[in-house]
Ligand binder design. Structure first.
Ligand SMILES: *Cc1c(COP(=O)(O)O)cnc(C)c1O
Length: 432
């Protein structure tokens, strides 16, 4: 095992002062300094080049330093980098909003720009609560969700994350108590059983008068477990909520922009929400930006209350650099054969990850769209597995019992072979 090299001393300086995501400063994970990123390659300070298998957490779908996206940022920074959005507007925000309205279901016509995915979820929750307030039903204030979800790290978003992996015990009363039902049982290609929605039916039957909205990630539960569930389940869940007048809020922050093989994951089930959150790949991984879309009905409800304004307004709302690169990234995606590309990546990942099934300590291998997951029986030892993956030339970031990849759409077959080879090889060594 090669310990991460630190030729510039940046890693040591980092260790002295900087937090990393979900990390301890006492027992830190291996850390690597990146000095360049281009296409599908990350260059480390020690000169090694890694093939990216993560798209920087679902975001960099076009790879790094894409000329079209670089240009969009340069052009906008030459005009202005930011202006406040209270009382002012600009073309990048309007153009991106139009594009989002265009590519999402027709009913979603209003766009709120948030600074990140988590903030987009906070805004979505506020929309749902303010909607019921405006409609004279303020007692509808609970959120209904399924276990195994992940919706972000801010307080409102955390309240609908899986209570165990989301560490609700740690935050006690800080996190609101919401209504949870079991995680969707049928996997993506499994049939729905008649009893699968009994619990949801019961909860809705008893408490729908207190429920503002259903909050779910359609089809793919991401950071809560990387599970792919049945479109039929989603369709039935949405139907039941509609029968009880509960708003439907979809979090497509991870799944949006083609990742699952359709432009949005909800298309697998042919269902439409009242409120939709997007983020991550929205700017092609260039700048932080989320967006929350809602229907005219939700917007009208919010504004029906006396003085009814949506109560959110971040300092960097609709940042022009982020909006400009977001527009360029979404347009670049639409102009590309993204669906064929994602289908091809899916085929390659299926073929090349299948042999992981035969490794000891592997519980499951699953692929949907450009997402490949190897689930182990025990949590992986990051101190061993991370360097083992890097030594095989790939950037893969496992967590818990999940070693997974969602490569950039621009990955070549040889890129994908490096990524899947690293996963198989590192897991094989771990077993041996
Ligand atoms: C990443 C993610 C979020 C949070 O987005 P951030 O930009 O990290 O705040 C919310 N929901 C889902 C489904 C995500 O994958």
């Amino acid at each position: 095992m090669t310990l991460p090299a630190d030729p510039t001393g940046v890693v040591a300086r980092d260790r002295a002062h900087v937090w990393h995501p979900y990390a301890s400063v006492v027992e830190p994970f291996p850390l690597y300094e990146v000095t360049e990123a281009n296409g599908t390659r990350l260059t480390l300070a020690d000169g090694r080049e890694l093939v990216d298998g993560m798209s920087s957490w679902w975001a960099a779908v076009h790879g790094y330093r894409h000329p079209v996206l670089d240009r969009a940022v340069h052009d906008q920074v030459d005009r202005f980098a930011h202006v406040m959005f209270g009382g002012l507007t600009h073309e990048p925000a309007v153009a991106l909003a139009e594009l989002l309205v265009d590519i999402t279901p027709a009913a979603l016509r209003r766009v709120f720009f948030a600074d990140s995915g988590s903030v987009a979820v906070e805004v979505a929750v506020k929309m749902a609560l303010q909607y019921w307030h405006g409609r004279g039903r303020p007692e509808r204030r609970l959120l209904l969700t399924v276990r195994g979800g992940y919706h972000g790290d801010t307080a409102g978003a955390m309240s609908v994350c899986d209570p165990v992996s989301g560490m609700h015990g740690l935050f006690n009363d800080y996190v609101a108590q919401q209504l949870f039902v079991a995680r969707p049982r049928p996997a993506y290609d499994e049939p729905l059983a008649p009893t699968d929605l009994d619990e949801v039916r019961d909860v809705l039957g008893q408490r729908s008068g207190e429920i503002a909205a259903l909050v779910v990630e359609p089809i793919v539960q991401g950071a809560g477990g990387m599970r792919f569930y049945s479109p039929e389940y989603l369709r039935s869940l949405v139907e039941l909520c509609r029968e009880h007048g509960v708003l439907v809020l979809f979090d497509e922050i991870a799944t949006g922009f083609g990742r699952t093989g359709t432009l949005f994951a909800m298309e697998h089930a042919d269902v439409v929400p009242d409120i939709l959150c997007v983020g991550k790949a929205l700017t092609g991984g260039y700048l932080t930006l989320g967006a929350t879309l809602c229907t005219d009905e939700v917007a009208a409800g919010i504004c029906a209350a006396p003085g009814g304004a949506l109560m959110h307004g971040p300092t960097f709302m609709a940042n022009p650099l982020a909006c400009a690169v977001g527009r360029a990234s979404v347009q670049l995606l639409l102009d590309s054969p993204w669906q064929a590309t994602v289908t091809h990546i899916e085929t390659v990942l299926r073929e090349q990850l299948a042999p992981c099934r035969d490794l000891p300590g592997v519980a499951d291998v699953r692929v949907l769209g450009a997402i490949g997951v190897v689930e182990t029986t025990e949590p992986v030892d990051m101190a061993v597995l991370q360097p083992a993956l890097v030594d095989r030339g790939a950037w893969i970031r496992p967590f818990g019992r999940l070693v997974y990849t969602m490569p950039p759409y621009v990955s070549t077959d040889s890129d994908l072979a490096v990524v899947t080879g690293a996963i198989h090889g590192a897991l094989q060594d771990r077993a041996g």
